[in-house]
Design a protein. Sequence first.
Length: 408
Amino acid sequence: MATFGLVVGGGPAPGINGVIRAATLAARERGHRVLGIVQGFEWLMKGDIDHVVDLDAEAVLRIHELGGSILRTSRANPTRDPANLDRVVDGLARLGIDHLISIGGDDTCFSARTVAEAAGDSLKVAHVPKTIDNDLPLPPGIPTFGFETARAKASEVLCTLMEDARTSGRWFFIVMMGRNAGHLALGAATSASATLAVVAEEYGGRKIPLDTLARRVEGTILKSTAQGRPYGVVVLAEGLGESIDPADLAHLPDLPRDEHGHLRLAEFPLGHLVRSRVQEALGQHGIKATIVVKDVGYELRCVPPCAYDQDYTRELGAGAVRTLLDGQGHVMITRQNGRIVPIPFADILDPKTGKTRVRMLDTSTESFSTALALQTRLAASDLADEATVAKLAGVSALDAEALRGRFA
């Protein structure tokens, strides 16, 4: 009889419980034991093996319908201290766990891979990719579980705010969760037909002045106002915080970072920084606008999974068990064309960092160019068109020549 351990790391995402349920049922059906490890690697790092629960069919009954995680989660990172890593490996051995299924994002995947390497032949690990950010290196067109549910919920929020903007005649600047990648920001904004969505991928990895980002938003407000819509919703991907020129952030010396060394983008004041610059610029146009800044992300992570993610996580959880029992380990579990396809950890690593690659938005796709084309963006073609420039000048204190110079 094998003993499976299930561990959840990183931020919550809709569908975690679906993986737990499917993996438990699949393993139990074949006569194996299943232990749920509570709160990620946190207790194991302390040498504590008491925070585990025996999982059976009764324990996981209907949990696939629920948001959150019955095993909770944490960002505890066992790779930063060799002593912590040793305690995790020892704890798993004392629990008799010889098959480990980790559920999480890129950091959890890296932690699970490191634990597997440290444990050697005594432990086989399969990682189930989970994140609403959709930034794990799956094949093109295949989302991480939780993303579609989060995108749908975020789109509902944006649709409501679009109506609020129209009704009250104001602007909303929405900073959308997603870490470095802009999948969720652009996906939700496109579904909701938001006025503008700006993602870090537009700038190709370059560091940009804060004014560059603010000017993009300013141009959208000016154009929308000239079109008779002095209101709207601007979505800013939180990953833009990593793209801002450090010189513009010198007055924020104590930016917070998490246990893995990443900038806590959820605590970075991106929306307020952009609003300050945009309001100053609108004053030069003589445009008065009410701008509300709102962060969207945490309210998406623990909603009940949609039907897509319920189905998806069932196959991933059962597929992880089958893969491990077939003798394959040290892999990430994917579903491709209706089949479970394990991808070796070695194939998903960034050779420069040794960590899991981050999947950014592909800006070369037709869907990306279509999404941008259907937004309200001030473009070079607008500045070249006399009629459009005349309309812009009609709502601005700046004349046509000044407008062309400002946005050129």
